[in-house]
Each structure stands twice: as structure tokens, then as C-alpha cells.
Design a protein around this ligand. Structure first.
Ligand code: ATP
Length: 303
């Protein structure tokens, strides 16, 4: 597999603190990679290193299969980014602001009309930015990041501070980029709900470590249903089921049956009743992605 971004053992220390620890991040072409983690997990530090804005303490970064250290200029000419809030001239119009950025980047003039259309700001192109909502300003920042027609777009918490409708607008805008413009997107967020509806691949970062990196489907599979059983004699029930070849997960006050069919659950319960075990509760435990994410980040903090 050829990756657009591939880091190996990427590490960044600030004094004694390791803000990013041995990160092996892999982003394939055309993906929307959701980079998820609580505040302070190290997302911005990672992004700053990917953009050549901060030097790694150790490890390597390959972008477009080229070493970032060696081919920085040619790599960055094909990367667009929005890190923190965009800076703009409030008294200038959206078009005039983009014109200022375009000159710096050396992008063709026609590109301004294109990017305004992509971020759906064409109607207000000639309005002063000072009257824009936060969501519109954020979209203008994304338009600026798109000026050089990047192959890789990196957005650091682009929906921070936006209201729900602003979040939806940004999401709809980002969603279409891989298909319609052949881009690969890295988007960071501390909100799973946002990544869940957008990303094709998820990387979960906590305390500087990547604790999960896989497809969004793989993450959803973790949210599969479990059946929990509360019984009169849990030790005995666990032992009896095991002797019959039925594996259960023993928890403090209940037994968990994972990935059982309805028939298998019925058989297990019937068997326990025959063995004089009283069944108090049979409950379905459906974990949401939010639960999984919280559990992942919590487990790592304990360990
Ligand atoms: N320039 C710096 N000097 C010292 N410590 C830093 C510096 N930049 C970041 N850190 C520390 O590194 C850790 C990771 O910070 P980072 O900003 O990368 O996290 P984040 O996941 O992006 O969080 P947030 O969403 O809050 O921005 C934090 O503990 C932070 O205090």
C-alpha cells in the first residue's frame, strides 16, 4: 500500500514531556482520516510536524512517499492546511482576501472563483469579511487552503467553536473533496460524533500515543452488541457454561456473552435453568462509538 502520509516512530518532546510518542500514522490516498483525541493529546503537535512547522525530536515523516526533511518545498506545494483560526483582513471582501493569499502562493487567478464555489461562498464573495459568521470565516480559511489545489488537505479542528449548522456545512464541504477533487484529507477533532459522520479511517490519539488506527467500520464493529446475564450464582454459571464449551466474559456482577446468535443465547439460558441457576436479568448492552472512544482513552490513561 502506498501512503500519502506515513510516519515512523514520530516523537516530539518538550523538555521531559513527550507530547507525541512513536507515532506510526498511515494515511492512504483518497481517505478522510479522522484524527481523534481529547484536548492536549498531541494532535496539533503532530500536524505541525507534518507541515514542517515543528521539527520532530526523532522519527521520520514521509509525505507522497518522499522524506519531508529532504523534499520539504516540493511536498508542501501540494499540501493545503488550516491550523488554528485563519487570519484575514476584516475590511476586505472574501474575494480580496483570497487574492492576497493567491499572490503569496502564486496560484492562478481563476482559482479564486473555483475555491469560492467549493466552499459555497460565491454569493458573498464581494462582501466584507467582518460581517461573516464564524462558520463563513472558517469556510474562507478552507478556501485559502484549497487555493494551491492541494493533493493533501490538513485541517486542525476546523469546526471548533461552530454552531451545529456551521458544523454540518463544513462536514458536507469536506465530504465531497476526495471524490470530486481527488484529495486526501486529514481532519483532527476531539468530537467523535463529528469524525464518525465524516471519516473513512480513524486514528485515536491519547497522551501522545496512537491507540487505534483502522477503518471507521472496524471501529463500529467494536460497538457490537453484547448480552449481559445476571444470575443467582455467577461463579457456578460461569463454570457450567465453560464446561459446556461456552465462553463468557466474567465481570464484577455479570457474565457477558459476545457475538452470540439468538439461538445460542436461548440455549445457554435454558441450560443454566436446568442446572438450577436462577436468571435475574438478560440485557442487551449496545456500546456506542462514544463509549468505545471514552473507554479507549480512559484505559490508556490508567495504563
Ligand atoms: N511549544 C510547546 N512547548 C511546550 N509544550 C507544548 C508545546 N506545544 C504543545 N505542548 C504540549 O504538548 C501536549 C500536546 O499538545 P497539543 O496542542 O499537540 O494537543 P492537541 O491534541 O492538539 O490538543 P488541543 O486540541 O487542545 O489543541 C500538551 O501537553 C501541550 O501542553
Amino acid at each position: 500500500m502506498k501512503y500519502v502520509v506515513e510516519t515512523k516512530n514520530l516523537t516530539k518532546s518538550f523538555g521531559k514531556e513527550q507530547a507525541v510518542q512513536s507515532l506510526d500514522m498511515k494515511i492512504a490516498k483518497g481517505e478522510i482520516y479522522g484524527f481523534l483525541g481529547p484536548n492536549g493529546a498531541g494532535k496539533t503537535t503532530t500536524i505541525r510536524m507534518l507541515l514542517g512547522l515543528m521539527k520532530p525530536t526523532s522519527g521520520s515523516i514521509q509525505v507522497f512517499q518522499q522524506d519531508l526533511k529532504k523534499s520539504r518545498i516540493s511536498i508542501l506545494s501540494k499540501v493545503g492546511s488550516l491550523v488554528e483560526n485563519p487570519s484575514y483582513y476584516p475590511h476586505l471582501t472574501a474575494r480580496e482576501n483570497l487574492e492576497a493569499w493567491r499572490k503569496i502562493l502564486g496560484a492562478p487567478k481563476s482559482r479564486i472563483t473555483d475555491v469560492l464555489a467549493i466552499v459555497r461562498l460565491s454569493d458573498v464573495a464581494n462582501k466584507k469579511v467582518k460581517g461573516f459568521s464564524l462558520g463563513m470565516k472558517q469556510r474562507l480559511g478552507i478556501a485559502a487552503a484549497l487555493l494551491n489545489n492541494p493533493e493533501l488537505l490538513i485541517l486542525d479542528e476546523p469546526t471548533n467553536g461552530l454552531d451545529p449548522s456551521g458544523i454540518i456545512e463544513i462536514r458536507e464541504l469536506i465530504k465531497q473533496l476526495p471524490q470530486s477533487h481527488g484529495m486526501t484529507v486529514l481532519i483532527s477533532s476531539h468530537l467523535l460524533s463529528e469524525i464518525d459522520q465524516l471519516a473513512t479511517t480513524v486514528g485515536v490519539l491519547t497522551k501522545g500515543k496512537l491507540i487505534f488506527q483502522d477503518s471507521i467500520e472496524a471501529m463500529r464493529k467494536l460497538a457490537k452488541q453484547n448480552i449481559s446475564l445476571r444470575v443467582s450464582d455467577q461463579d457456578e454459571a460461569h463454570r457450567l457454561l465453560l464446561a459446556k464449551g461456552i465462553q463468557t466474559d466474567y465481570q464484577k456482577d455479570r457474565l457477558i456473552l459476545s457475538e452470540f446468535t439468538d439461538e445460542e443465547i436461548a440455549n445457554a439460558i435454558q441450560f443454566l435453568v436446568q442446572k438450577q441457576i436462577a436468571i435475574y436479568r438478560v440485557e442487551e448492552e449496545k456500546r456506542s462509538l462514544e463509549d468505545i472512544f471514552l473507554q479507549m482513552t480512559r484505559e490508556d490513561q490508567v495504563g
